[in-house]
Ligand binder design. Structure first.
Ligand code: FAD
Length: 546
């Protein structure tokens, strides 16, 4: 049961109850002498489709539990506006994501440290990945047990995913049974943030026991409008004294004795900073907001994994889509899930993973694959397309060079920010996507798929030249949901575009941090939920030590 009583003042205010916010709410309230309030715009995570992994399809369409952002027209993608789902509930995007558990490559974190971020090398952050984790396979040098985040193997994987792994090996890639172990490269099954076949979100893992603590207030339906700044003009800059938020049509002010922490995600943390007068001065003035702290990097440096799919029709009735046998088997699937945590409803959509090099000369994997034992189009919103037999592969460029930005449309806190992902603005990114399609085609052409491979539905057999594949990318690529970087961590001495320092403190403001996916200086080469949880685990120690 979520407590909804809100005091007027607490020690720490955490804005946003997503992957990072849930970790902070738990870790900071471990000390019974401090008070913590978690403000979440969305509702509690009670809807059954959150917990049943296959419910993700429904969440994609939900207007209550999914913010359903859209980018602006993307210049290099034929002017298309891309659909950007984000979770709007306790657990945030961890309550609607695909549950794939990967951390990226160790060198991603070493690069953060090399940019002047002390304490963020892989050796520094590995203990936080392990502290968060409850690994079903037991402890090891790379894995932890007993942490709040359950990491499991699939309980009922599709035979098509085994075929994918066999085909990947036939195409020359090593089999890998742990993408978070000593080697990232290869093909294999994902591990997932599930327990007993059900989703294990950050809310499940971190708020479960903490919900009952007297010193933790969790307030849902609370939309933060701005950070309350006091003492502008003082040495060290203004102080974050609290948060102004709206709940049930009323405007409230909650004050913070120690700190305000923004964990509203890579789109809304920078939006909140800008609404509070912290951001690029001219941009704020153009919307009638008086700049309190001129921070040019707020909202800049947006990075995401752009993704394109190769889809085949299937020959055998093995698909996990909306096929007649799966629809008829729905009640049996529900029984299996509820009684034994088994069956097709435990399916997260993407069972097979691959980290590949687009060419042998690449030092580390530069492409990621997500294999799906179903025909997928338009984020699973095209249900008619899913009705046939088939299988799909996502491929994305792990380290894109294109950079976008988040800006304000206006100063109304209820307005969505403007998202210019600026995908493919760097020409190397398009070339990488074309190489990715070619690698996927090699895997799908391998003998293991002979009994299942029907015609290629996307890009389609007519697309053979590099230019035809590039045009397919422009017309059909979509996000694989990993926006980061819009409140970049960096050294203020070296980087004028840094927004937070390596303690995640906002430059020029006292008592204010950003802790979520937006602080990543560069996008990690993998999925972003576990890295965001790691960031919040580490931040909780930094805050406690302050
Ligand atoms: C569809 C989808 C699939 C994904 N699949 C995977 C996957 O399989 N594996 C993986 O590792 N990653 C995946 N990701 C990405 C991963 O889930 C995110 O990177 C991660 O959850 C980001 O965490 P966060 O804390 O930065 O933001 P979020 O978890 O998005 O949390 C932000 C929270 O802040 C709240 N909020 C926003 N504005 C306000 C405001 N003004 N006031 C109060 N509250 C506010 C939001 O409602 C939300 O709850 C996926 C994401 C999506 C959307």
């Amino acid at each position: 049961m979520v407590k909804q009583t809100v005091p007027d003042v607490v020690d720490y205010i955490v804005v946003g109850g997503g992957s990072a916010g849930c970790v902070l709410a738990n870790r900071l309230s471990e000390d019974p002498t401090v008070t913590v309030c978690l403000l979440e715009a969305g509702p509690a995570d009670t809807h059954p489709t959150i917990h049943v992994p296959a419910g993700m399809l429904w969440l994609m369409r939900s207007k209550l539990l999914n913010w359903q952002f859209n980018t602006d027209q993307e210049k290099h993608l034929g002017g298309r506006q891309l659909f950007w789902p984000r979770g709007r509930m306790l657990g945030g995007s961890s309550s609607m994501n695909a549950m794939c558990y990967t951390r990226g490559h160790p060198s991603d974190y070493d690069a953060w440290a090399a940019q002047g971020n002390a304490g963020w090398s892989f050796a520094d952050v590995l203990p936080y990945f392990k502290r968060a984790e409850d690994q079903v396979r037991g402890p090891s040098a790379y894995h932890g047990v007993g942490g709040p985040l359950h990491v499991s193997d699939f309980r009922a994987p599709s035979p098509l995913t085994r075929t994918y792994i066999e085909a990947g090996v036939q195409a020359g890639f090593p089999e890998n049974d742990d993408f978070n172990g000593p080697n990232q490269e290869g093909v294999g099954f994902f591990q997932v943030t599930q327990k007993n076949g059900l989703r294990w979100s950050a809310a499940k893992g971190y708020l479960g026991a903490a919900r009952g603590r007297a010193n933790l207030h969790i307030v849902t339906g609370a939309m933060a409008h701005q950070v309350l700044l006091e003492g502008t003009g003082q040495a060290g800059g203004p102080r974050a004294a609290g948060v102004v938020y709206q709940r049930q049509g009323q405007i409230h002010t909650l004050r913070a004795r120690h700190e305000v922490i923004l964990s509203a995600g890579a789109l809304q943390s920078p939006q909140l900073l800008m609404l509070s007068g912290i951001g690029p001065g001219q941009h704020l003035q153009s919307h009638g907001i008086t700049p309190q702290v001129d921070l040019p990097g707020v909202g800049q440096n947006l990075q995401d994994h752009l993704d394109v799919m190769v889809v085949h029709q299937g020959k055998r009735a093995l698909s996990r889509g909306f096929t007649p046998q799966n629809i008829l088997g729905g009640p049996w699937g529900l029984y299996q899930l509820l009684a034994r945590g088994q069956g097709m409803l435990t399916n997260n959509g993407a069972e097979g993973c691959g980290f590949l090099k687009s060419s042998p000369s690449e030092p580390i994997p530069d492409l990621q694959l997500h294999f799906m034992p179903a025909r997928i189009r338009d984020h699973g919103r095209d249900l008619r397309f899913m009705m046939g037999q088939g299988f799909s592969m996502h491929v994305c460029d792990l380290h894109p060079k294109s950079r976008g930005q988040i800006t304000l449309k206006d100063k109304n806190p209820a307005s969505y920010p403007s998202i210019q992902a600026n995908y493919l603005s760097h020409p190397d990114d398009l070339a990488k996507m074309v190489l990715g399609i070619k690698q996927v085609r090699r895997i799908f052409a391998a003998p293991a798929f002979n009994a299942d491979r029907g015609i290629e539905l996307a890009p389609g057999p007519q697309a053979t030249t590099d230019e035809q594949l590039a045009e397919h990318v422009r017309q059909h690529a979509e996000t694989i949901y990993h926006p980061v970087g819009t409140c970049k961590m960096g050294s203020f001495a070296l980087d004028p575009m840094a927004v937070v320092d390596d303690q995640l403190r906002v430059r020029g403001v006292r008592g204010l941090r950003v802790v979520d996916a937006s602080i990543m200086p560069t996008l990690v080469g993998g999925n972003t939920n576990a890295p965001t949880i790691m960031i919040a685990e580490k931040a909780s120690d930094l805050i406690k030590a302050a």
